[in-house]
Design a binder for this molecule. Sequence first.
Ligand code: GLY
Length: 349
Amino acid sequence: MQNDSGRRKFLKSFLSVGAAIPFLSSPPPYMAKNPIRKKGKQSLILTSRGKGGNWGEKVLTNGWQAYEKTGDMMDGVIGGANVVELDPTDMSVGYGGLPNEDGVVQLDSSVMHGPTYNAGAVGALEHIKTASKIARLVMERSDHVMLVGEGALDFALAHGFKKENLLTEEARVRWLQWKENLSDSDDWFPRKDGDYKREIRQTGTINVLGIDENGDIFGVTTTSGLSYKIPGRVGDSPIIGAGLYVDNDVGACGATGRGEAVMKICGSFLVVENMRRGMSPKEAIENACKRIVDHNHGKVNFNDQFTALNKDGECYRGQIRGYGKGAGPEYSIATKDGVETLRGGSFLK
Ligand code: GLY
């Protein structure tokens, strides 16, 4: 094969610019008033997904049905997360997620159960599509909070889950493309007709938070993590207090985006503690975004988002950076009246 290094260098320099500036399409109109629970009676489910891919509606419709079926909001939030975990078209969560640098899909997830202040998590889980269900099993069927790698897989198999291939053909092709363009001094050559625009590394994740009619609070975060990560890398999603935190007396928060930055500030815990001290979800999230920006001396070339609700059912999603026109990230809320999508805010415009 002919060495194509000149072309590869050009593509790499183009990508290094493109990778820093994800493009947001123009925001949809502001759709609905942020729901506040009426005297502690209104159940609601909140997710970090919006209109893109119609995920907000799909997640919350399934989550709400699961909640109505059993009356257990833990089923509601996990039922919502399962929609994305099982759908191969979402390449940032569960089946179809982009793999690690070896081409292996490794999933992270955590769950929290407000009424019992209990938690469960899995990290670097392979071969099981629904990492959130295994995180729940860790919480409900073991005396531990977190299992990782082979131990997490063995635990899932012991509970009757079957090993499956999580790497879809589309994810394999994108991983190979990334690998072939990593270095000009290795022996991997890219296809001449490759679509090099797709090589932006991602940390897509989903948070689903719920509050039931008793005012009890539940949450789940699930992801395939940073694409092309070093094998064994675990992000914020399965770390209690980083990618997820629920305090039944106060509220809940989940994080998406660059997990390393969220972990370093105990991001979801910080947001919940801010709410405990009287901040609204919006103020609490802005404060956490500011903490990340400050700790990085104002130089933030990544993004993080927090999605939170308080005990009163006030919800918000905010992020560090507003790309494009500074628009905030979407989030969706389900109540008995249906699903609404809203747009939050950005700390840096
Ligand atoms: N927030 C997902 C990750 O960093 O893995």
